[in-house]
Ligand binder design. Structure first.
Ligand code: ADP
Ligand code: MG
Length: 633
């Protein structure tokens, strides 16, 4: 048996390094801590300068209250703070900082210089280099505080090895500055990276103006969050307000959901589900809205002391708070007139709610779920019926369908509906496009018999009669063709350069991702302060280009994402285009066109479901018909 290892107390220096590891993970984290300190000091003007993604230098100067020169050495000690006195204060924190750890931790892993000049005092500064504290020296400077962090992690090769590329870090830093800029319209922010201005926003009276400055044009399309009147009397003092995007503005990632709790930017992830629920069926699978959500509640109802970086907080009545958010979003969308439905009514929860039960059960993309369906389902699912002045036949007794027993088809989202409505505009004939590939499924030979109601193809398939939804099938076929046909992704030069609108965050990500985008078939020209698109994959048409790049930029914000990202993007684009060009219902098809469609059906995986996860066909076996007509006695 091994003898036990003996326990010994760690020295302060080692303890400091362990603590520093938690508080300063990366340069963007340092920027966040320093901005918080400046805001806590009631600053109204912040200038942030970074060099080489913050790895060479991070400098922040503010015009806040400053640090008394006698406190300068203490500002560098762990658990030394001016923001709380005892444990009791911990239960009602109104400042952004309180742990007294940031400066001490930063000073362990960099060369940190604090220079400060409070009102009517002289400027003084102190340096801490890799954990060694220097003396307080005089320095000439304007009122306020300036913090310089040089060569972060230079003394920690292990940590340095795990850092992102400088360009990636820069875009993360832009994110940090943006989220604080949204939280504090009363403060002006200026961010420079390698001496270029990335963001500059003046002091504004209200958050709406700030949103325009940081989010650009899309801010104008956002709607103010409202709560139902009944919520006023609901228990609890918590209140939500803010802005959300209409369902037509979405992102591939949740990065543009900003949640502020009592003015503190926090991770939005815990709120995502409630947000999604609030949007009901309006968001397509995998899409996220743009939102600024501000929660105000008594400080003792939120515990900010759960995570060293304070990005995560705990709410006393989280369930209640989340329900309120969901209700507010739903109410806001319900009471805001958006695109009219084809029926002439206004889009709203009332018309969508009967269908939500289908939506709720689907977590994976619908087409992925349906790929797992067996071919011997039990009963036909009653899909949400649309108002149509067309005969609807009674279901045949004992019919067998190809769908599973569970409800798998989500209701159409607004966008899907819109797409379907426009489906025929640029419809391609089912006989257009090259062959998809070899026969890959075991469908028997199929022969079209006729078309019913110009929407369904009657097909003889061995011992079965198939009723095929021509739109659903063509959509599926087009999806496979677009998705896997290399030629749709080949770069195509554009006749004239297309201007690309980028906000400061997108611009920074663009700078960081140019070479990846080049690999994807994009080429860019430059214009003052921005980019134009000169070449792009063939499949991408004019209107799709900008949103596609915006989505890619979001996904590319972290290293290592591009490949997975591109696959998802390709999917999404093929998905959108498959519907757009597909033959629609109520359209006459010739026999050769039907034959072509059926032939293609044998060349795609999972031919039984359309891209939305709804069935493409209904199967009626001959013996079910025999039974129905009493032929088996
Ligand atoms: P905390 O913010 O949790 O108190 P920090 O290590 O971030 O801990 O900062 C230590 C102390 O230094 C703060 O409590 C504050 O008194 C002082 N300080 C830091 N930055 C500034 C600043 N920009 N302006 C004025 N005081 C500051
Ligand atoms: Mg702090």
């Amino acid at each position: 048996m091994n003898s036990p290892n003996r326990i010994s107390q760690l020295d302060d220096y080692t303890i400091g390094h362990i603590a520093a590891g938690e508080v300063v993970e990366r340069p963007a984290q340092v920027v966040k801590e320093l901005i918080e300190n400046s805001i806590d000091a009631s600053s109204t003007k912040l200038v942030i300068e970074i060099m080489n993604g913050g790895f060479d230098r991070i400098s922040i100067s503010d015009n806040g209250s400053g640090i008394h020169h006698e406190d300068l050495p203490m500002a560098l000690d762990r658990h030394a703070t001016s923001k709380l006195k005892d444990q009791e204060d911990l239960s009602s924190i109104i400042t952004l900082g309180f742990r007294g750890e940031a400066l001490a931790s930063i000073g362990m892993v960099s060369k940190l210089t604090i220079s400060s000049r409070p009102q009517s005092m002289d400027g003084k500064q102190i340096v801490m280099s890799d954990g060694d504290k220097g003396n307080v020296e005089p320095v000439g400077m304007p009122e306020g505080t300036k913090i310089d962090v040089e060569n972060i992690f230079r003394n920690q090769p292990a940590r340095l090895a795990f850092q992102r590329r400088p360009a990636t870090e820069t875009s993360k830093i832009v994110d940090v500055v943006v989220s604080h800029a949204i939280a504090h319209p009363e403060v002006s922010f200026k961010l420079l990276s390698d001496e270029r201005v990335l963001l500059e926003v003046p002091i504004v009276e209200n958050i709406e103006d700030r949103l325009y400055d940081v989010l650009g044009g899309q801010a104008g399309k956002m709607i103010k969050l409202n709560s139902p009147e009944t919520d006023e009397n609901a228990p609890g003092e918590e209140r939500w307000d803010g802005w959300i995007s209409t369902p037509d503005i979405t992102r591939g990632k949740g990065d543009e959901i900003h949640v502020l709790i009592n003015g503190r930017p926090v991770a939005s992830q815990p709120f995502n589900q409630s947000i999604r629920r609030g949007y009901k069926t309006r968001l397509m699978q995998g899409r996220h809205p743009v939102a600024v959500l501000k929660l105000n509640l008594p400080p003792e109802e939120v515990d900010v002391n759960v995570h060293p970086t304070k990005r995560e907080v705990r709410l006393k009545n989280s369930w209640r708070v989340l329900e309120r958010l969901e209700r507010s979003i739903a109410f806001t969308l319900e009471t805001t007139p958006t695109e009219p439905e084809s029926s002439g009514g206004i889009t709203g929860i009332t018309s969508l709610s009967p269908e939500t039960k289908y939506q709720r059960t689907v977590e994976k993309p619908a087409w992925a779920t349906s790929a797992q369906l067996s071919l011997t389902g039990e009963k036909a699912i009653e899909l949400p019926k649309e108002d149509k002045k067309r005969p609807i036949s009674e279901p045949v007794v004992n019919q067998s369908t190809i769908t599973g027993e569970k409800a798998i088809a989500p209701a159409l989202s607004i966008q899907e509906r819109q797409l379907h409505r426009n489906a025929g505009l640029a419809a391609t004939s089912p006989s257009e496009g090259g062959p998809i590939g070899p026969v890959i499924n075991d469908l028997p030979a199929m022969e079209p018999l006729a078309q019913f109601a110009d929407s369904y193809i009657l097909v003889q398939s061995g011992e079965e009669l198939l009723l095929i939804d021509q739109h659903a099938l063509h959509e599926r076929v087009r999806y496979e063709r677009l998705r896997y046909d290399e030629s749709s992704w080949e770069p195509q030069d554009r006749i004239s350069a297309i201007p690309l609108d980028l906000d400061p965050r997108q611009k920074a990500k663009m700078d960081a991702s140019i070479s990846i985008l080049n690999d994807l078939g994009f080429k860019f020209g430059s214009v003052t302060g921005g980019y134009t698109i000169t070449s792009a994959p063939a499949l991408l048409k004019g209107d799709d280009l900008q949103p596609f790049i915006h989505d890619l930029l979001l996904d590319l914000s972290e290293d290592g994402a591009p490949l997975e990202t591109l696959e998802r993007r390709k999917d999404h684009l093929a998905f959108l285009n498959s519907c757009r060009g597909a033959v629609k219902a109520n359209e006459k098809l010739s026999l050769p066109e039907m034959r072509r469609l059926l032939d293609d059906m044998r060349r795609i995986p999972n031919p039984w479901a359309c891209v939305h996860g709804r069935p493409t066909a209904m199967r009626i076996p001959l013996n079910a018909l025999d039974q129905h007509f009493g032929r088996h006695g």
